[in-house]
Design a binder for this molecule. Structure first.
Ligand SMILES: *Cc1c(COP(=O)(O)O)cnc(C)c1O
Length: 227
């Protein structure tokens, strides 16, 4: 099968899953955005997905992301940095990322703000929420999320977009995503514009949609299994 046919078929299957889940859980399909997670896949796949109508792309490694964005700089697209954010990469990331998903410490939020200023860009930042109670795996603990969100109020180059999470390995995904939605609602009560809930990957997009996800990060179901 041609790569474009393969991608088109996978996209059709995913859109069918999204449609079915939206119907089942009473969600409006217009409130759901698909981010194609293209890490490990070549820039040519991004071009093919773009030709199929995808405009949002997720990458998790700075070096790889930067070289693809460089190669595709004429493409009309939004770039999502979804990986763990290291302080020493912020000046790089600020040059190409439109949305940074995994902010979980004061230092990386204020650092990204400074890097965005230096790059002359506005960037949307999401707070990564830890759903397994183990902050060492990334994300701020649920009980500290609201306090950390306050840091955005002092950041003049960032738009606080909302929350992001990865399903925990050792807990029930539905309960975890329900918890995420509660945190998102607490945050929205204080920050009405922070409406994004980035949750749901290839294997759990339905559970994420059930629990209010607005942005799905889909890799393998769309592009195939990574090496
Ligand atoms: C790789 C990755 C994804 C995509 O995962 P799939 O299971 O391939 O859909 C989503 N989110 C993050 C943070 C990732 O690193």
């Amino acid at each position: 099968m041609n790569r474009i046919d393969e991608l088109q078929q996978n996209l059709l299957d995913i859109n069918n899953r999204i449609q079915a889940a939206c119907k089942e859980f009473g969600r409006n399909i217009e409130d759901v955005k698909l981010i194609a997670v293209t890490k490990t896949w070549p820039a040519s796949d991004i071009q093919l997905l773009h030709s199929l109508g995808i405009r949002d792309f997720g990458e998790s490694r700075d070096q790889e992301a930067m070289s693809k964005v460089e190669e595709l700089k004429d493409l009309q697209a939004s770039w999502h940095f979804i990986g763990q954010v290291q302080s020493n990469k912020l000046n790089h990331i600020a040059k190409y990322a439109d949305v940074v998903h995994a902010l979980d410490r004061e230092k990386v939020i204020t650092g990204l703000d400074a890097a965005a200023a230096k790059a002359g860009r506005r960037i949307t930042g999401l707070l990564q929420i830890s759903l397994d109670g183990d902050e060492s795996r990334g994300g701020v603990a649920v009980g500290k999320a609201l306090q950390l969100a306050e840091v955005f109020t002092a950041c003049s180059n960032l738009d606080f977009g909302g929350v992001m999470a990865v399903a925990p390995l050792n807990r029930d995904t539905n309960e975890a995503f329900a918890r995420l939605q509660e945190v998102a609602q607490d945050i929205q009560a204080k920050f009405p514009k922070a409406r994004m809930i980035s949750a749901g990957m290839s294997s759990d997009l339905e559970i994420a949609l059930k629990n209010g996800a607005t942005h799905l990060r889909i890799g393998s179901a769309l592009l195939g299994n990574r090496e």
